[in-house]
Design a protein around this ligand. Structure first.
Ligand SMILES: Cc1cc2nc3c(=O)[nH]c(=O)nc-3n(C[C@H](O)[C@H](O)[C@H](O)COP(=O)(O)OP(=O)(O)OC[C@H]3O[C@@H](n4cnc5c(N)ncnc54)[C@H](O)[C@@H]3O)c2cc1C
Length: 394
């Protein structure tokens, strides 16, 4: 581990006082003319950069660079519930196939469960080169500890370059565990992925409150891991399978866990806007909740579902499950109508893949107009009543 080394031959009372003053973590002790570094040190190196020259030095571990050429293949985790694969898994296969073209890498899928061979066969129909099946009674229900053991077993055997997991509630608990076990990096909720000719994965996602799109790289660890939310990428077409199903031996995998599953309680099925075909999405431009009545004739006419931006959740007008965006749901309907929404990156990243986008906004510079197929610039309090009277006249 890296540490700060102090050259006490250069330490005088004044030097010690200066270093004690500049250290933001109170990490120096000065006793009996000796300056030492204590456990508060965060190795921020302020003492090296701003302290008296030559007194403090940063001693770094010699970092062995990995041989990136040894790591090949993009692996996708096939999440499943009640014997059915979560569609995000196929969307990730679609992205993996696209990334794989850059340096002609194979695309793999991993299925863990019990009596789930059909899922491995299904993922082969999306064009993966190999589907690895870990089928065992102990894997019947998802257990983050046991499933992490499976991934550890897999990565010890196969040196894969990239591992993609759906950004679902399950994936969000699973992927970081795997990353920690494999001592590698992981970026959650990527909105885009790119790969370089050298096989480095660019994990792209909004950062700093959406003000920048960060490109995150895992420079010297493998596999490179990312989670991506449902409906971010396209599901690939079904093809005649060319890949092979590889049944893995599970006997050496540790199957005991401190987590005991007591009962599975199925939540009552609620309306999921991710599955909606037509959405009317409303934003903060609505001055009061009663004004939402203005969208009713259009909603009924289109048989649309209603969703909203985050401020309307925060003021209690809607159920949080109806929020579109990065901290809400990602949607990809056939038609979305945005009314009175500014188009913050957090919102746009959650709906930009919609097939047809219509936007009503009084600000001609709204970012949503840049991605809309039809734009109506004007006051919703004038436009909606006009639409409603047209519908009435029909
Ligand atoms: C980490 C993080 C995550 C976030 N996640 C999400 C998320 O998942 N989803 C989300 O929605 N937000 C999210 N946000 C908040 C996001 O940044 C925006 O603040 C939010 O999307 C703004 O909502 P809005 O467009 O409804 O409101 P505003 O930004 O206030 O926009 C209102 C728009 O309506 C227009 N307007 C006003 N009056 C009228 C009128 N009479 N007629 C027509 N147009 C009118 C205005 O010109 C403006 O463009 C997140 C923020 C952070 C920091």
């Amino acid at each position: 581990m890296a540490y700060i080394k102090v050259d006490n031959s250069k330490v005088t009372k004044e030097v010690a006082e200066k270093l004690l003053k500049i250290c933001p973590f109170n990490a120096f002790d000065y006793k009996n003319g000796t300056l030492s570094v204590n456990a508060n040190c965060r190795i921020c190196s302020v003492c090296v950069k701003r302290g008296p020259e030559g007194v403090c030095t940063l001693v770094e571990d010699e970092k062995k660079l990995i041989d990136k050429t040894k790591y090949q293949g993009i692996l996708v985790y096939v999440e499943h519930h009640n014997n059915e694969a979560h569609p995000v898994s196929f969307e990730l296969v679609g992205k993996a196939l696209e990334l794989a073209k850059v340096r002609k890498e194979p695309v793999y899928a991993i299925v863990i469960g019990h009596n789930v061979k059909h899922l491995a066969e299904e993922v082969l129909t999306y064009g993966v080169d190999k589907a690895f099946l870990y089928d065992d009674e102990a894997f019947l229900n998802f257990n983050v500890e046991i499933y992490t053991n499976v991934l550890e077993h897999f990565f010890k055997k196969y040196q894969n370059n990239i591992f993609l997991v759906g950004g679902t509630p399950l994936g969000r608990s699973f992927a970081p565990r795997v990353a920690a076990r494999l001592r590698t990096g992981m970026t959650a909720d990527c909105t885009a992925l790119e790969v370089t000719k050298e096989g480095d994965l660019m994990q792209i996602r909004p950062a700093f409150g959406g003000n920048v799109m960060a490109k995150i790289e895992t420079t010297n660890n493998r596999p490179q891991m990312a989670t991506v939310r449902y409906k971010m990428f396209q599901k690939p077409p079904v093809v005649k399978p060319h890949g092979t199903l590889v049944v893995e031996d599970t006997k050496d995998i540790k199957k005991d866990s401190l987590i005991k599953l007591l009962e599975i309680l199925n939540k009552p099925k609620a309306k999921d806007i991710s599955e909606s075909e037509i959405l009317i999405c409303v934003g903060r431009a609505f001055k009061k909740q009663a004004d939402l009545e203005l969208i009713e004739p259009l909603r009924k006419h289109l048989n649309a579902d209603v969703a909203c931006t985050r401020p309307l959740i925060e003021n209690g007008w809607f159920d949080p499950r109806l929020q579109v965006g990065l901290s809400g749901r990602t949607v990809k309907p056939k038609l979305i109508i945005n009314i009175g929404i500014s188009g913050a990156v957090h919102y746009i990243e959650g709906m930009k893949e919609s097939e047809v986008i219509i936007t009503i906004n009084n600000d001609p510079n709204s970012k949503l107009f840049d991605i809309s197929h039809y734009s109506i610039i004007g006051d919703l309090y004038e436009i909606l009543p006009r639409i409603n009277s047209l519908l009435e006249a029909k």
